[in-house]
Design a protein around this ligand. Sequence first.
Ligand code: FAD
Length: 690
Amino acid sequence: AELDTLDIVVVLVILLGTVAYFTKGKLWGVSKNPYGDPLQNTSGGKDGASRNIAETLEESNKNCIIFYGSQTGTAEDYASRLAKEGKSRFGLETMVADLENFDFDSLDCVPGDKVVMFVLATYGEGEPTDNAVEFFNFINGEDVQFSQGADVPLGNLNYVGFGLGNNTYEHYNLMIRAVDKALQRHGAIRIGAAGEGDDGAGTMEEDFLAWKDPMWAALAEKMGLAEREAVYEPIFSLTPSDTLTVDSTEVYLGELNKMHLEGTSKGPYNAHNPFIAPIAESHELFTAKDRNCLHIEVDISGSNLSYQTGDHLAVWPTNAGAEVDRFLSVLGLTEKRNTVLTVKALDPTAKVPFPAPTTYDAIVRYHMEICGPVSRQFLATLAAFAPDEAIKAEMTKLGGDKDYFHEKIIKHHLNIAGVLELVGKGKKWTNIPFSAFVEGINKLQPRYYSISSSSLVQPKKISITAVVESQIIPGRADAFHGVATNYLFALKQKQNGDPSPTVFGQTYEIMGPRNKYDGIHVPVHVRHSNFRLPSDPSKPIICIGPGTGVAPFRAFLQERAKQATDGENVGETLLFFGCRKSTEDFLYKDEWVEYKQAMGDKFELITAFSRDGPKKVYVQHRLQERAEQVNKLLEAKAYIYVCGDAANMAREVNSVLAQILASQRNISVAKGEEIVKNMRASNQYQEDVW
Ligand code: FAD
């Protein structure tokens, strides 16, 4: 048959797409992020920089490269800490690098007098983090091709590995385990043990600290490094500007990149470039007095953002004003908060983690995770700058004594300013170079929320369902308040008529830098997920989502109700929802009734209220009660979805399901577990847990 014009066009487009894919766009200079990445920490592969690891090390005079696979910033933070420690203790020439900026077929060119480190988080169901996908697929591939094609391709490669995982997930630390195996398979030489940190047990930081010392000892021996007195060497210089003031238009007052500063913001909107979205609607979902849950809808019609049912919305928060004040005050910087700083990387491979010139206030408010948990190692670093000897001794003790640190700091959820206030007993910490904070404190991270609307029903309006993080901490006068959810709470208050909202004593810079968020806006981007309804709406589904875990299922139900109303054949839909009391935190109580009207017998809501009766009932109990029905649906190839608490609920649902299969099908529990495993592998069982 002859090709008509359309066929030729299609073939050409596919061809061009294929070339673009295999050359990563290099042929015509397409970069993933054409606007540069102000929050990026490495130069590799950027702006025409080499993607070849050996070349990069050579050109930048480094002998140690530390790659991170990071989703929430912790792995990236650990990578930076290793880089700093390697430099200050052993004089290693270190650099930190984002995995996605390099090609890994060049690993075989790294010479034997250098070392490559991998700090790799495992995400969700044993998945690589977004920036590690390509690397993972490459190194784990069946027939990996390295550039020189040697028989033992990585026989010269020295490497170090640490993984960040969560033992409540099935594939605990799968990334580091698989990468370690793959590297060994190709002949690489591991130095020290492949470390594993466990977020599930809450011991991530301590696991990291316990792993790194023997690793450094092994590395020092292998590479003949002599340890020296560790002295703080800044990676960044922050210099007050002689010419710029807070009113100069080129000064960043919290704008997240150049386009935001210049008011020319445009897409693509992504993890490097959020969309400043108007909040279309917001309201409270709980009736309980002491707890809050927000329903927030952002309008993406002014952007080219799109989403699909099951995706996540990332919200870029702003620190609470009182915390910003406290931080600046304890460092003696209150008067200087609006001083304009030019910021430079003293090491060519380091990149300033926020746009500059900027002010102390903007850095602390918009770019630093100043309220997060404190690192024990960081306290040891700061001890050198204590205002007096007694304070220095106390800081050294906190930095060195795990149990003491836990008792004094972690138990009370203190943040860094809280620690400095406590230990400094009223004295200001004016000797600490500000660069130590830029290097030692995480970048303020966007928070993810499971989207609770259907893209079929409201393609341009994304809703989320967020419970406000507020905890009473024994022995602490004030309660602990989460960063993003309290910021969202304040936005909701403002939208509902409070001109300057105070939530739990905290206020926020709601108007944003230069009032750019006025009219109630919030910076967001969409993160695509694999949590998906079956493409055939007639397939049955079972959804299990207690608490805010119900968020994506509201989206699922919204979608199926619409399909039913449009006359489509919609499959049986079971939703297991649980909360404390039917009268307090029963999310979307009235909406389920509407969906029922649209879907009739096809929808059933099964509730578990843990505090309504004398006995605590949870969703997993209800699931057990419905064993026969659940098994029948699964036999009819129903998809099963679990969303919400990873630590307890998701794990229990998993084991209850195995028990149901065992009892209903007359098989052993072990066999039931195997079936559940296979269901996960084939995506018939999907989780969206945190
Ligand atoms: P944060 O300030 O980040 O605090 C969170 C926790 O960190 C605290 O409770 C505490 O345990 C610890 N912590 C923080 N600071 C300290 C300190 N100084 N000392 C000790 N411990 C500390 N949430 C929802 O409500 N709805 C959803 O639909 C939803 N979907 C999600 C989907 C995904 C894929 C993920 C990863 C998470 C999801 N979350 C959801 C959780 C959400 O992203 C946030 O983690 C949550 O809202 C808390 O954010 P926050 O900034 O208010 O709290």
